[in-house]
Ligand binder design. Structure first.
Ligand SMILES: Cc1cc2nc3c(=O)[nH]c(=O)nc-3n(C[C@H](O)[C@H](O)[C@H](O)COP(=O)(O)O)c2cc1C
Length: 226
């Protein structure tokens, strides 16, 4: 064993012994907002402002290709309203290729410190170019260049190639100069078909209230067994 190994020594915790009791207060039908987006806004505010969670807008986006093979990754939510939940990404990435073949998607917000999770299932569509451009302009200069430098999800030979591509771009577009919106970059808006609000409770008797979209545009709330 050399010195470098010592840094990693010590017992590995046993995940089967990790057990938390969740909170007593639950989520009741009577207190739910009229729409899942309003209910999401309440919980999102609590996550960000009251619980001070780190990146409460980080969500796990799951897609599946045309053969139904799933894949998941974390992405940042950038906007939400009655039209849906918006994130930005590379249109040549694996997730975007999946969505081109199969627009059904799941978004999961893992708010573990609050014993909460929200799961949105719905259909993703690309945002319009004007909307994408308006958001791109709000990004820091470095992130704008990064969107050009990265062929997201493609195999690259070395880290140095990526850094060289960034350096070349920063010479072409110095700080203060407008960076054009990459044609391969943009948003997806997920229009929800169902949204589940999960609140952990004692003895694993959790509350799960799910809004499901009805044909007439209204929402029906169902309680799911934990
Ligand atoms: C906290 C966090 C936030 C991320 N936010 C984004 C994002 O907003 N957009 C994005 O394209 N990738 C984001 N990523 C990277 C993705 O997880 C993923 O690596 C990338 O989008 C490529 O995924 P794909 O190959 O499955 O398409 C984020 C990763 C983490 C850990």
């Amino acid at each position: 064993m050399n010195d470098a190994d010592d840094v990693y020594s010590g017992p590995v915790p046993d995940p089967s012994a990790m057990r938390k009791q969740y909170r007593a207060e639950g989520l009741a039908e009577a207190e739910l907002a009229a729409t899942p987006v309003e209910q999401f806004a309440r919980w999102f505010r609590e996550a960000a402002v009251e619980a001070h969670l780190f990146e409460p807008n980080a969500m796990v986006v799951s897609t599946a290709d045309a053969e139904g093979r799933p894949s998941s990754r974390t992405v940042l939510l950038k906007q939400f309203d009655e039209q849906g939940f918006v994130f930005y990404t590379n249109y040549d990435s694996r997730k975007a290729r999946d969505l081109a073949e199969n627009p059904y998607v799941s978004l999961l917000f893992p708010w573990h410190p609050m014993a909460r999770q929200v799961i949105v299932r719905g259909v993703a569509r690309r945002t319009g170019r004007d909307e994408t451009a308006a958001y791109f302009r709000t990004r820091p200069h470095g992130s704008q260049l990064g969107a050009w430098a990265s062929g997201q999800s493609s195999v690259i030979s070395t880290r140095a190639d990526l850094d060289a591509s960034y350096t070349e771009l920063s010479a072409r577009y110095p700080e203060g100069e407008q960076v054009p919106v990459p044609p391969h970059w943009g948003g997806f808006r997920v229009a929800p078909q169902s949204v589940e609000f999960w609140q952990g409770r004692e003895n694993r008797l959790h509350d799960r209230l799910q809004y499901r979209a009805q044909a007439d545009g209204s929402w029906r709330v169902e309680r799911l067994s934990p």
